[in-house]
Structure formats: C-alpha cells, structure tokens
Design a protein around this ligand. Structure first.
Ligand SMILES: [Zn+2]
Length: 300
C-alpha cells in the first residue's frame, strides 16, 4: 500500500505529467515488491500486507495544488485506487481503478482535515497488516463492500521516499524505501527488483532489529558485522529475484554500472566494494542456475 505522492517533495514540479510519472513509478514499485514478497513464502513467518493496489489521497497535498492533483490523477474526496495489479489480492477481491476507499477493516476513514492523509493511511495499514479485511468503496455513486484475503509471503511495504540520490534505498524491518532517482536509474524491472530484493532481504534476515535503517551503500552505523550482513543481503537478493521470476543475471552488470556512480561518495568501508559484489553475484548465479536446472525452487 503506497502513497507515493506523499513524496510530493520529490517531484520536480507539480504539473500533471510529473504527477502521472510518479504515480506510474509507484505502481511499478508495488508490482515488483509484491512479486518479491509473494515469492518469499516459506522463507519467513507471516503474510503479505501489500494487496497489490496503489492509492493516492488528494488530502496529502497542500490546498494550493490539491485541485490540480485531483484532476491530473482523477482522484475523488476519499483515498482513490489508481492502479490494481492483475492477479493480486486486491484484483481477486474485485477492487477497481477509480474506487474511493470509504472504510477499511470495519473502520471509516477519517474525513478531510489537515492531518487526514496520515490518519487514513494508519487505518489502512493497520487493517492490511491484520490479514483478511473488508473494504468498502464508493464506485459510480454506490457503495460496494469487498473482502481482501492476505497472501502468504514475507510482509513488507515498498515505497518511494523523500530521500534523494542513488544511495537512498533503505529497509527498517517492515518497509523498503527507495528514492525517485533510484527508480529512474533502473528502467528495467530486473534491476529495480535487485535493489528492492537487497533491502527486502535485510528485513527477512532480521538485520534491522534495534539498528538504524540499512542503506544500499554509504554510511551505516549498525555495527561491525555490517559487511557480512551486506554480503548476505546481496546473496539472498539473487534468490528472491529468481523465485519471483526476475533475472538475477543482471546483478553483476548492475553493480558495475552503479558502483562507479556511488563509490566516490563513501569510504567508510561498511559495504563491500562494487567489484566484489559483482564477482560474488556471478558465483551465486551459477548456483541458482544449477538449482533451477535440477527443477528446484532456488533456496539461499
Ligand atoms: Zn544493504
């Protein structure tokens, strides 16, 4: 569940094209994140809380631009569904693009107010985290109640955050956040899946308990075992990708493309160098291919 445009600050301008581009990036992120989460079933306890929809709420924008945003994204007064991923829990429940969320998990969403957006998001996130939830939407002037069933997999939110730069990817145990720049830097879904899977692996592996959010590169104060944890997240990312149907073979090329753009910025040594990451990925991909050739689901 994402409110991408909560990061309105990340948009260079608030014109219709920029807003629509951000919304499209958000949908892409939800789709890849949900596929990764679903494919991780069996690797951790829990259920996916992301139902495979993208929601935008005009209330999160300043009053001066709200009408413009509403028109650009065809939003109603309530949080509005702007994308539904095929075959997702939301799609199976019958959620449609344009539906306005009225109540979720039996609780009415708060009416418009200066902090309505945050309160509404809290209600939706809480209900989704609890598993099966009823959702009441307004569609073409009538009220429709649907029931969303949770999917099995490792739960994690995937969202675009306000952070800037190619290094702004992080995980905090419950969510994976990337900057708009990272989404632009990864036009191919396999590349974006690699970045998301690395952060998602930190969450699955419990690397973040009691630590500041992990970052994909750069300063990290989470302890001296960081380098080993980074290698483990890199390794797991490839398996998570393969299980979700993404191609882990993009990893060596990605690290070689990414490394020189980010290396100059960090010298604290917490993350393995990009050459090391690329070489290790190549070795791991061979193991994954062998597992797949033997008809096995890749297992890290
Ligand atoms: Zn990391």
């Amino acid at each position: 569940m994402l409110f991408a445009l909560m990061l309105a600050a990340a948009a260079p301008t608030l014109d219709a094209a920029s807003l629509q581009a951000l919304a499209a990036a958000d949908s892409r992120l939800v789709t890849i994140g949900r596929r990764l989460a679903k494919a991780s079933a069996g690797l951790c306890a829990g259920t996916i809380s992301n139902p495979g929809w993208t929601i935008e709420d005009a209330e999160q924008f300043a009053p001066a631009v709200r009408d413009e945003v509403r028109a650009a994204l065809s939003l109603g007064d309530n949080p509005t569904i702007i994308a539904v991923e095929p075959d997702s829990a939301a799609a199976q429940a019958g959620v449609e693009v344009g539906d306005g969320l009225v109540a979720v998990g039996g609780q009415m969403l708060p009416a418009a107010s200066p902090d309505a957006s945050r309160k509404r998001q809290d209600v939706i996130e809480r209900a989704m985290a609890q598993g099966a939830a009823t959702v009441t939407v307004e569609r073409d002037g009538r009220s429709v109640t649907l029931r969303i069933m949770p999917e099995r997999g490792c739960a994690s939110e995937f969202l675009i955050g306000r952070g800037r730069g190619l290094r702004a990817a992080s995980s905090d145990g419950a969510r994976v956040t990337v900057s708009a720049e990272i989404v632009s830097f990864t036009p191919g879904d396999d590349d974006l899946a690699l970045v998301l899977a690395h952060e998602f692996a930190h969450n699955i592996l419990g690397h973040n308990k009691g630590h500041p959010p992990q970052r994909i590169a750069g300063e990290d104060r989470s302890g001296k075992r960081t380098r080993e944890r980074e290698r483990e997240a890199d390794r797991w990312a490839l398996y998570l990708m393969a299980r979700a149907g993404y191609d882990p073979a993009v990893a060596p090329g990605f690290w070689r493309r990414w490394g020189p753009k980010t290396d100059y910025l960090f010298s604290d040594g917490t993350h393995p160098g990009w050459r090391d990451r690329a070489a290790r990925a190549e070795a791991e991909i061979a193991r994954i291919k062998a597992q797949q050739a033997a008809g096995e689901v890749p297992l890290p």
